[in-house]
Structure formats: structure tokens, C-alpha cells
Design a protein around this ligand. Structure first.
Ligand code: SF4
Length: 617
């Protein structure tokens, strides 16, 4: 049996995973259809598990339910490859000697060793070797913000220090506290320990390179190679601002003011400390492989439930958890605050049989007014509306209302002048203009700007925006307005000639969520007492604790996204990013679908606002 580094990380999620994987693999290896295989299988428990992994189609073939295509990942792959190429370019400026790297995994340097009959295997993104040492560089398409700006330590109210600090060239090293102050040292240790939390956004990459070190060290030992090996994580520099420089059609990410597009983080000390932990993981993994036990083991953060790296066996282990109005779908519930003094998080709730909203004892939520509203709506099939608050806020809105929505591509590699890695690069907006309350036509009062190509069309987008929105009069309205405000601010920085007009639009903007959910400060200004300001303005049980437009729209209208070709923001950015792969017919079709989708987003806001007006009459 061979276990790659990626498999290792998946297989060590929990005790149950290797057993489920082995059942699935047996079925795949058998080449039988799911129904045929189930007939042969005598174990009822395994038959039941198989039903959660495969589905029989009408034509007799199977669908593997554990396979989920990540369309955004696929669309971004070409940019991820660019990150690797740039990392290698910068690495060559820092390290001397021989380099091995390739876009194709099988051309990369690999290491392996066998333990208890299992072959552990890894590939290195960049391998560098000189007379003195070997440098292993693992490239990740994330940004250095994670390890610098988001990892500050220090006393509360005192000076803050980043966990990693630039040492030389583009290499960052641990920035250990240079003090005996225990509070500072404690704060440092807390941040440092986060690197060992494999389920945190910072820790997941550390586990990756620590696992790599484990395999490499065993391989080198087997071959009696004693050279010093250094381990680095290469990530995108979050402070790098692309100047738009190109040679022909190719973007060139040159060094600007001492900043390269890739930074390197020295992971020597951390991966060394990780080795005993990996060793324990290997022991548990082998035990779970040799003594597979597919019975439930309880869920936990290792499932990464509802996260991008969610376990593929979620449908099996979470089959009793309702899709809507689950026990953890309360407004304001978060895993960090949890319920009761034990801070029960969603995994604790599920493991203890609290699955549905009404499984939660009233005692736990009685001093949380919004949760009580939600519970009352659920228990008694009621709709909650604070007409007075909604009316008061609606009466302050200045017309015309400019319902605005941007579609963006958060590209790992900056594409245009002034962008940084993962800048939300605007390629489309929809605008519905409501001149008087309720006066807005879906077609006549709508304008959609859509980039025609993958080239930089931001200036045209800005021109259309400022020519259609009068920032001096009226209100720009968006759902989650901070997103639109941030994009406008970024565009104002790149296009100073439109800065004043853009910033006026930003200044006179508000959020649909303030009407439907609430905004404490805003309602205080309108004269409501603080407790009431904190209460939601509207709630329907079908919202399942959420105020996303996809949840509020169906309860306030019969509009739906279900029949649209592009149904959400991810599909929109994927469609746009694939312009250059389409023929003319498909491209025209894709552009039409993008326009229909974005238009629906702003029309949905018009419809929600009107529905609230009617409810409050
Ligand atoms: S869903 Fe959770 S409990 Fe189930 S196999 Fe995956 S990690 Fe383990």
C-alpha cells in the first residue's frame, strides 16, 4: 500500500476515515455496480455505508457521491502553476546550486520509505541542492499575511510584533520575543502554538511541510545521506503591488522596492518540533489501517464541516444532521462562543444528540434575544417583523437608490496594475436604479457592465459606474456593503482621476442587511433603545439562521436562482476566467449568462426592499 503526503493528511483525520476509504476502494476495485456489489456484500453495516458513497443511476452506472469537483480550484490551476514558477525564479536568486522543479508532479524530486509494509511518498515543489545543504521549498498559493499581519503578538494595549520577521532577501524567520515580560512571551507562545493546529488556516500548511520532512528524513536515513536539509514554505507576498509590467503578452513580476512576489518562511524549527507528533500520527494511522473500524467515531474539527477542505465522507457521518435549522444554525452562534459554560461547539452538539434547532434547551438561549426570536418562529411557524424599525430606517433612505453588485475574480496572481495577490478584481457590475420607493423596472432601470475580454477593462467599468451613480444625491445600496466599499476604494487608488466621485459613492452607501437584520449604531441614532437596536428586524424560519440573499430572497419573493445558468458568485468568476478557452458561440452564451446572473442579484435587492415596504404598510 502506498500513502502519499496528501493521503496521509486525509487518512489521519480520524479513526473512521481509513476504514471508510478501504470499503470504498474495495467497491471501486471490484468493478461491480453498486447494486451488484451490495448483493455480494453480507455485512449490513457496510451495505448501509456503501449507500452513502455511491448512487445507482437510471442507466445502471454508479455516481461516486464522495467526489466533488472544485470548479474554482480547477479554474485557478493555471495561476497556481504561475505561483510555483515565480517561487522557483525568486528561489534561484537566493539559493545556489542545482534546482529541480516542474509543473508536472512526476518530474519533481520525490522521496519515499517503507514502514510496516506501507510506502510513504512525497514530491517536492522545489528541490535545491548545493555542496553544503539541501533546501526543500513547498509552494502554497496563499499569502504571507497569514504569518505576518494576522499573527501579531504582544501585551494587550502594548506594542505588537509579527510572528515572523524578514531576515534577509525574501526569507522570513521566527521573530522570538526579545524580552522577559511573561505576558509578551505568553502571547508569542499562543500564536506559535497555532502553527501546530493542523485545522487552522495557518497550521494546515505547516502540517504539510512537516509531513514532508518526516518522509524526507526517513528516506535520507535509509540512504545514509547526512546533508543538512532546510525546509521553507513559499507563499505570495501580500504587500507586493504589481506595476502592470509586461513583455509582449506576458506579465512580468519583477522586484519592486525590494519586494518580490514570493516570500519564503523558514520552517526548520517548527517542522523539527513536529516530528514526534507525526510519528504518533503514523502509529495511529497504521493501527487504523491494520484494524479498520468503520463504526462512527464522533465528529470533530477534523471533519472541517462546511469548509473548503471538508471531509468527503461528510454525508455518511452527518447523515442525521438536518440541512436546515440544525442545532448550530442559531443567529449569532459560533463555535468559539458555543452554548453553556462548556462552550459546546457544533461538533459537541452533534456528538451529544442535539441535532435540530428545537433540541437545544430553552435554558441555554433564554438570555439571547435573537436566538429566542428564531426559536419562536421555528416552534410556532411565525414570521417576526419589527415594522417600526424597518419603517424608520426606510424613511431615511435618500432616492434614487442605486442597487449595486460587483462580480470579482480573486486571482492569486495580480493581473493588472495596482493589484496585489488575491485582489478582488472587478470584472462586472449590475446596477438597478430605484428613483422613487417601488419605482424600478427590472429591464429599463438596469445596467450591467461586463468585461468583454480578460484584459484590463477596469477604467471603462469605473467610467460607467461614476457616470450612472450620482454620489452626491441618493444612496448606493448593496448586500454586505463593505465588499462594494472596499472595491470602490481600491479602484479610487488605481484611478485617481475618478477618486473623488468614487469616494462620494462609497460615502453615501448603505447595506440591505441594516434593513432586514439590523445595525445597532444606526438604529440608536434613530432613537431606538440599545436592546431593541440589537434585535433583528425580520426573521422567517426558512432562513435557517442566515441573512444571505440566497436565504432571504425565497422567503420574501418567488424569485429563484435555480433556473439560471450561472447561479452564484463562484460560477460567475469561473465562467469569466475561462473566456480564453471558449469558442465564439460559447463565449457569447457565457456572457449572456453572466449578465443575467448579476442582474438578478441587484433585482433581488429591489424585490426584497419592496417586500419589506409592503409588510410594514
Ligand atoms: S466526516 Fe469526520 S468523522 Fe467522518 S470520516 Fe470524515 S473526518 Fe472522520
Amino acid at each position: 500500500m502506498a500513502i502519499t503526503k496528501t493521503n496521509f493528511i486525509e487518512f489521519t483525520r480520524c479513526r473512521r476515515y481509513p476504514a471508510l476509504e478501504s470499503i470504498r476502494q474495495d467497491k471501486l476495485d471490484s468493478k461491480l455496480t453498486i447494486e451488484e456489489y451490495k448483493k455480494e456484500e453480507e455485512n449490513e453495516e457496510i451495505k448501509e455505508l456503501l449507500s452513502g458513497m455511491f448512487e445507482m443511476n437510471e442507466d445502471g452506472t454508479d455516481t461516486d457521491l464522495t467526489y466533488k469537483e472544485d470548479i474554482q480550484l480547477n479554474a485557478m490551476m493555471k495561476y497556481y502553476k504561475e505561483v510555483e514558477i515565480e517561487a522557483a525564479r525568486v528561489a534561484k536568486k537566493i539559493f545556489k546550486g542545482k534546482f529541480v522543479y516542474s509543473e508536472k508532479t512526476y518530474n519533481q524530486e520525490s522521496f519515499d520509505f517503507v514502514h510496516n509494509g506501507i510506502r510513504y511518498l512525497c514530491y517536492t515543489d522545489i528541490y535545491n541542492e548545493n555542496d553544503d545543504e539541501i533546501n526543500i521549498i513547498e509552494v502554497k498559493a496563499t499569502t504571507s499575511r497569514k504569518y505576518i499581519d494576522d499573527m501579531l503578538y504582544g501585551k494587550s494595549g502594548g506594542e505588537k510584533y509579527p510572528l515572523f520577521k524578514r531576515d534577509y532577501d525574501n526569507i522570513y524567520k521566527l521573530n522570538k520575543p526579545n524580552t522577559t515580560d511573561e505576558k509578551v512571551i505568553d502571547s508569542y507562545n499562543k500564536k506559535y502554538n497555532k502553527l501546530f493546529d493542523r485545522y487552522s488556516s495557518e497550521g494546515k500548511y505547516v502540517l504539510d511541510i512537516a509531513t514532508q520532512r518526516y518522509i524526507i528524513e526517513h528516506d535520507l536515513k535509509e540512504h545514509n545521506i547526512n546533508k543538512k536539509v532546510n525546509y521553507y514554505l513559499a507563499v505570495l507576498n501580500h504587500n507586493y503591488v504589481y506595476d502592470g509590467y509586461r513583455v509582449g503578452n506576458t506579465r512580468v513580476y519583477r522586484e519592486i522596492n525590494g519586494e518580490e512576489i514570493v516570500n519564503f518562511f523558514d520552517m526548520n524549527e517548527i517542522t523539527e518540533k513536529y516530528q514526534p507528533i507525526i510519528n504518533d500520527m503514523v502509529k495511529r494511522l497504521e493501527d487504523n489501517i491494520f484494524n479498520p473500524d468503520p463504526s462512527p467515531c464522533g465528529v470533530g474539527k477534523y471533519c472541517s464541516y462546511k469548509k473548503t477542505n471538508e471531509c468527503k465522507y461528510k454525508e455518511i457521518c452527518y447523515k442525521n444532521v438536518p440541512k436546515y435549522n440544525a442545532s448550530f444554525n442559531y443567529i449569532g452562534f459560533s463555535d468559539s462562543t458555543g452554548f453553556t459554560s462548556d462552550k459546546l461547539n457544533k461538533y459537541d452538539l452533534i456528538n451529544n444528540g442535539y441535532l435540530k434547532l428545537d433540541d437545544i434547551p430553552i435554558e441555554w438561549i433564554k438570555d439571547k434575544p435573537n436566538m429566542m426570536i428564531e426559536r419562536d418562529c421555528y416552534d410556532n411557524d411565525k414570521v417576526y417583523v419589527d415594522k417600526e424599525k424597518i419603517k424608520a430606517y426606510l424613511s431615511t433612505l435618500k432616492y434614487p437608490i442605486y442597487h449595486l453588485d460587483f462580480e470579482t475574480l480573486p486571482c492569486p496572481m495580480p493581473r493588472f496594475r495596482g493589484e496585489k495577490p488575491y485582489t478582488q478584481s472587478c470584472f462586472e457590475f449590475s446596477l438597478h436604479i430605484e428613483r422613487e420607493p417601488g419605482k424600478c423596472d427590472n429591464d429599463k432601470d438596469n445596467y450591467v457592465f461586463l468585461a468583454e475580454t480578460l484584459d484590463d477593462e477596469r477604467e471603462n467599468l469605473v467610467k460607467e459606474l461614476v457616470s450612472r451613480i450620482d454620489g452626491e444625491n441618493g444612496t448606493m445600496l448593496a448586500q454586505n456593503v463593505n465588499f462594494e466599499r472596499s472595491r470602490i476604494k481600491e479602484l479610487a487608488e488605481v484611478f485617481p482621476e475618478y477618486r473623488e466621485r468614487l469616494l462620494k459613492i462609497r460615502e453615501n452607501s448603505t447595506d440591505l442587511l441594516y434593513v432586514i437584520r439590523t445595525n445597532t449604531e444606526l438604529y440608536k441614532d434613530l432613537g431606538f433603545d440599545e436592546d431593541r437596536c440589537k434585535l433583528v428586524n425580520f426573521y422567517h424560519k426558512n432562513q435557517s439562521g442566515s441573512y444571505s440573499i440566497k436565504k432571504t430572497l425565497p422567503v420574501l419573493s418567488d424569485l429563484t436562482y435555480a433556473n439560471l445558468e450561472v447561479k452564484n458568485g463562484t460560477e460567475a468568476l469561473v465562467t469569466y476566467s475561462q473566456y480564453d478557452t471558449m469558442n465564439e458561440f460559447d463565449l457569447n452564451k457565457a456572457k449572456k449568462a453572466l449578465k443575467v446572473y448579476c442582474k438578478q442579484d441587484t433585482w433581488a435587492m429591489v424585490v426584497i426592499l419592496e417586500a419589506l415596504r409592503k409588510i410594514c404598510k
